[in-house]
Design a protein around this ligand. Structure first.
Ligand code: SAM
Ligand code: DTB
Ligand code: SF4
Length: 350
């Protein structure tokens, strides 16, 4: 299987057995296949940098067992109202100056109310005006809400499948897998780019990981961005204390995601602060080419941005310039920043 040719045609008909077979490859064969798939679509030495901001924190009515923001768990988090526009604009300016190319805004909502969406739309416009790509994650969306976000110029909508359909009910009971698929359909139909991935290290089985990736790759289009989060364990959440995933199994998950969805940006997402530089490097080798960049995720911390730039430099890697605004120079570009690196192939951006 390791010698199988790498197809440039995106596949949406993966069987469970095929995915399990990828996970079972000898490690070197798996990484080789993932790198080969990756290099057919991307510059293997460029990493896309997204900065995350929580625009509305805590008091979420949902019961996601991993999440510190659910109102049902006592995690000591202070709830905050939707942030004022100016605070978001300032943070976007700082992110741009530090070299990020995308600004992702997250809200602890089950779904946005229309009057809240109006305010988020103002934020999207303000962030775009700073020359950044935009992404928001606001929970479940109606078709009309997705259209309004598209009209405002939003680039990406993040909505994760989180885990396999089989394990899902152990993690969330307040909305269904189908609810998530419906939102993803609305986002896709509105012409927004889809950012959709999941979380590992939640006590799921290897079969659940295979099934999560199969669900993602068998969507009508591959998500353009696939965040793979390693659970950040927060005291007070039901998943605090669960056995963490083996580090090499985490790397395997990244590699299999890249083989199945070669033209997607696979993001090495939450959980990097708990990971050694060596494991992060293996993830880059496995085809991860995007990270959250900035000292904070939503409510937990992320590696310091200068540490990340130093790691990329040590690896001879560089931040990717934003494709759309590459003619606009950052206010103070990091020394390693350079031109857009994405290659155009028939497999690119399904
Ligand atoms: N409330 C919205 C929703 O759930 O769709 C948007 C924000 S929510 C925090 C976005 C995603 O963050 C979740 O789907 C989950 O994948 C990820 N996430 C939340 N808590 C996490 C944790 N402790 N570790 C890793 N990922 C986490
Ligand atoms: C995603 O896949 N990961 C991000 C983002 N989408 C919104 C969230 C990570 C959150 C980690 C826990 C926290 O900081 O609250
Ligand atoms: Fe709420 Fe999103 Fe956290 Fe679930 S993941 S509790 S929906 S903020």
């Amino acid at each position: 299987m390791s010698d199988a040719p790498v197809s440039s045609v995106p596949r949406h008909d993966w069987t469970h057995a095929e995915v399990v077979a990828l996970f079972a490859l000898p490690f070197a064969d798996l990484i080789y296949r993932a790198q080969t798939a990756h290099r057919a679509c991307f510059d293997a030495n460029a990493v896309q940098l997204s900065t995350l901001m929580s625009i509305k924190t805590g008091a979420c009515p949902e019961d996601c067992a991993y999440c510190p923001q659910s109102v049902r768990f006592d995690t000591g988090l202070e709830r905050e109202a939707l942030l004022p526009l100016e605070q978001v604009r300032d943070a976007a300016q700082r992110a741009r100056a530090a070299g990020a190319t995308r600004f992702c805004m997250g809200a602890a909502w089950r779904s946005p109310k229309d009057r809240d969406l109006d305010k988020v739309i103002d934020m999207v416009r303000a962030v775009r005006d700073e020359g950044l790509e935009t992404c928001v994650t606001l929970g479940m969306l109606q078709a009309e809400q997705a259209r309004r976000l598209k009209e405002a110029g939003l680039d990406y909508y993040n909505h994760n499948l989180d885990t396999s359909p089989e394990y899902y009910e152990d993690i969330i009971t307040t909305r269904t897998y189908d609810d998530r698929l419906d939102t993803l359909g609305h986002v896709r139909d509105a012409g927004l780019k889809v950012c959709c991935g999941g979380i590992v290290g939640m006590g799921e089985s290897p079969m659940d990981r295979a099934e999560l990736l199969r669900q993602l790759a068998n969507l009508p289009e591959h998500p353009q961005s696939v965040p793979i989060n390693n659970l950040v364990q927060v005291e007070g959440t039901p998943l605090h204390g669960v056995d963490p995933i083996d580090e090499l199994d985490f790397v395997r998950t990244i590699a299999v995601a890249k083989i199945m969805m070669p033209s997607a940006y696979v993001r090495l997402s939450a959980g990097r602060e708990q990971m050694s530089e060596a494991v992060q490097t293996l993830c880059f080798l496995a085809g991860a080419n995007s990270i959250f960049y900035g000292d904070q995720l939503l409510t937990t911390s992320n590696p310091a941005h200068l540490k990340d730039l130093a790691l990329l430099d040590k690896l001879g890697m560089a931040p990717e310039a934003t494709p759309k605004y590459s003619d606009v120079a950052p206010a103070s570009p990091p020394s390693a920043a350079r031109a857009p690196q994405r290659r155009s192939t028939p497999a690119a951006a399904s």
